[in-house]
Ligand binder design. Structure first.
Ligand code: PA5
Length: 430
């Protein structure tokens, strides 16, 4: 992974970023020494290097077993209990996998991330006749969205194949001792994976929360963890600011925020990264948006959104900065066909790789946005792979912890999430 902040220097100077060096290094140390607020939720900091081979093997064996029993696995969870897995699976999957009839691994469907009656109805309608298994993920075990969906899916599986067989087809990922989901799993004898007490939802992708669904979808969780572990090493407390990409990213975005750039847009030029941006938005939004502070995280998929939000980014209120997440090489090769008629006048790009055109669009966009007053941070990976996604996940988590401390908030709580729940439960007469 490479990070460049050179295209923010028209807006914040190198000296202004360097002025935040001590603050960033101090925040990094607070994460490692566990001396900052939310320090009982720092289990993710050393998770990649501490995950044991037997834990990975257990997750893989469970995934292999489910793959034999089911052709559709429903992953039930919301927020940090689904976004990480979804982002990795979507990035690594065939773009049109849902149309493929022959598959080596079960189709993974995400549910329990909304309270839409139509979504639930159509899900039940769609899975009819398929061999279905479920992974229910909830750390608290009491979140209403996955709880409702779990009732529906549990009933569906039990009705379809009987209570005994259902036991084999339902896996719970939850707190090791507390919560309704733990109680249900114990009572029904479901295989259970524990979410560590000291890892919060949005930092849990490298626990069974993320690893189990990714393994079920047929991707290499060892490589994902390996990428994250290498990034853990590269951003540890002994790595000086100048070499520590997590510190530099955190300092750059805080410097921009202090100059009135209140919104960060994560931009990709690859639709496979759409859900990765959704994961990133949760990570930063829930960690930093509190006490009246925080950079608002937004995302765009380019070039698609250049034909919609592109206008605002180029020309609207100047409160934005952009972080481009770039993929150096695509997996496949495809060129623009030559056409003798050339009515569309496109022969000037005939025989060019589609990706070469995409890269010119990327470069052109970055230049245009900088000219338009939008500072640009650039992050690139050589290709989309388990290893590189593992690096990115850990990098963004680490930078988020540092950045949150620099902002003066507790990045590891989410008190604001309770407000809607209180009202909803009151309206429901609980
Ligand atoms: O990051 C978080 O803590 C939240 O987004 C939670 O993951 C989300 O609210 C789901 O919670 P739970 O896993 O307890 O059902």
């Amino acid at each position: 992974m490479k990070l460049s902040v050179k295209n923010i220097h028209n807006f914040v100077s190198e000296d202004e970023i360097l002025a935040l060096k001590a603050d960033a290094e101090q925040s990094l140390k607070m994460l490692h020494n566990k001396t900052g607020c939310g320090n009982d939720f720092l289990g993710w900091v050393n998770l990649p290097s501490q995950i044991s081979q037997s834990d990975v093997d257990d997750i893989q064996a469970t995934a292999d077993k489910l793959s034999k029993l089911a052709d559709v696995v429903i992953v039930i969870g919301i927020g940090g209990s689904y976004l990480g897995a979804k982002s990795v699976i979507e990035a690594l999957s065939h773009s049109f996998g849902y149309l493929q009839t022959e598959r080596k691994h079960p189709a993974v469907i995400f549910a329990g991330q909304n309270i839409s009656e139509d979504y639930a109805f159509e899900l039940l309608e769609t899975i009819k006749g398929h061999r279905v298994a479920a992974v229910v993920i909830s750390k608290s075990g009491t979140t209403i969205e996955p709880a409702i969906t779990f009732r529906l899916i549990k009933k569906y599986i039990e009705d379809a194949c009987g209570i005994e067989a259902a036991r084999e087809r339902i896996i719970a990922v939850t707190d090791k001792a507390r919560g309704a989901m733990n109680t249900i799993a114990q009572k029904h004898g479901y295989k259970m994976f524990a979410i560590p007490d000291d890892v919060g939802g949005r930092f849990s992708v490298l626990t069974p929360v993320g690893l189990l669904p990714v393994a079920i979808a047929g991707f290499d969780i060892k490589k994902l963890v390996e990428g994250a572990a290498d990034m853990e090493k590269a951003t540890d407390a002994s790595t000086a600011f100048e070499q520590n990409q997590a510190c530099i990213y955190a300092a750059a975005r805080n410097a921009l925020y202090r100059k009135g750039k209140n919104i960060e847009i994560l931009a990709n030029f690859n639709p496979k990264l759409h859900s990765f941006a959704e994961w990133w938005k949760q990570l930063y939004g829930e960690s930093e948006g509190k006490n009246g502070k925080g950079i608002f995280p937004a995302s765009v998929n380019f070039t698609t959104d250049l034909h919609s939000l592109g206008q605002y980014i180029q020309d609207g209120k100047r409160m934005l900065f952009e972080t481009v997440l770039s993929v150096e090489s695509p997996k496949h090769k495809l060129t623009v066909p030559a056409d003798e008629e050339n009515i569309d006048d496109l022969n000037f790009i005939a025989n060019k790789r589609i990706d070469e055109i995409n890269k010119c669009a990327e470069e052109g966009t970055v230049l245009a946005h900088i000219d338009g007053g939008v500072p640009n941070i650039h992050i690139s990976i050589p290709e989309i792979s388990e290893y590189n996604l593992g690096q990115l996940i850990y990098f963004f988590e680490k930078a988020c912890g540092i950045s949150g401390y620099m902002l003066g908030v507790n990045p590891f709580d989410q008190p604001g999430v309770e407000a809607y729940k209180k009202n909803m439960f009151r309206l429901l007469g609980k």
